[in-house]
Design a protein around this ligand. Structure first.
Ligand code: NAD
Length: 250
């Protein structure tokens, strides 16, 4: 019998021993965090070209633009709880199958769900770095207050000396991604790669599936098509939470 779709996905999970996940913003939309490029993404609803928000040159020229607009997105991330999709990956780790999660997300939800090896290739908001000197500080109450009030934080507000602008440790467009080598190593070890909720259009992370071993299997769960669909053994154009519910593993 030739297995397809959900049946083949279940079969691949049961036969695999080194599963790696690659997640994008779509795994967190059910937690109330908007994605960027999906139908309700912030790139489609704001009245400016969305990519500008995380563009490093624009941040250097006009940091007030970032701090003016980031608040809603930032606080939606802070109050979010893991989705069924996140819990599914942590369940697979508990079963000894899921070895690592490479994520484009900056929301920390894979850690919250309990996965122990998460590679956040686009960074996070846990630390802020001065653009002028080596000063850095962890996210703290005063920073939260300034983000809420749409103020631009400077290192001198926190004991730094040069007065330069503080930037979150998030990877902006135009900056190198974080720990790409580690992500690549994981993908090359995988016997099954599951992509969840990524449009697979943001490089270099989108190129990761092309580094899979020839004998490795590849599954995509995303509610719209991606440029890599033709490379996958299983493509499920569905809501992630509905798919993982159907596995019966939660
Ligand atoms: P993307 O916005 O480009 O793509 C998300 C994809 O997920 C879209 O194709 C969308 O149709 C799909 N999707 C949305 N909800 C879904 C659901 N419930 N089930 C199935 N599919 C769903 O996101 P990306 O490819 O991850 O890359 C964009 C960048 O956005 C990344 O750099 C990331 O850092 C950043 N980002 C992160 C967050 C977060 O941390 N939660 C949120 C928005 C953007």
């Amino acid at each position: 019998m030739i297995l397809k779709g959900m049946d083949l996905f279940m079969d691949l999970i049961s036969k695999s021993e080194y599963i790696v996940a690659l997640s994008g913003a779509g795994i967190s939309t059910n937690a109330g965090i908007p994605d960027f490029r999906g139908p309700n993404g912030i790139y489609r609803t704001e009245n400016f070209p969305g990519e500008d928000l995380f563009d490093i040159q624009i941040f250097r020229d006009r940091p007030e633009f970032f701090y003016e607009h980031i608040g809603d997105f930032f606080f939606s991330m802070r109050k979010a709880e893991p989705t069924k999709g996140h819990l599914f990956l942590s369940k697979l780790e508990g079963l000894g199958k899921m070895k690592s999660v490479v994520t484009q997300n900056i929301d920390g939800l894979h850690d919250k769900a309990g996965n122990s090896y998460v590679i956040p290739v686009h960074g996070d908001f846990e630390e802020f770095h001065c653009q002028g000197c080596k000063f850095k500080t962890e996210l703290n109450e005063k920073l939260l207050e300034m983000i809420k009030n749409k103020q631009v934080p400077h290192c001198s507000d926190f004991g730094g000396e040069c007065g330069g602008v503080l930037k979150p440790r998030v990877v902006f467009y135009g900056e190198p991604v974080y720990a790409f080598e580690k992500a690549l190593t994981e993908v090359q070890k995988a016997d099954l790669l599951i992509v969840l909720g990524s449009s697979l259009t943001v490089y270099p992370v989108a190129s990761l599936p092309t580094y899979l071993r020839d004998d490795a299997k590849f599954v995509i769960i995303n509610n719209e098509s991606t440029p890599m669909d033709h490379l996958a053994q299983v493509v499920l154009h569905e809501d992630i939470d509905s798919v993982v519910e159907k596995t019966g593993l939660l």
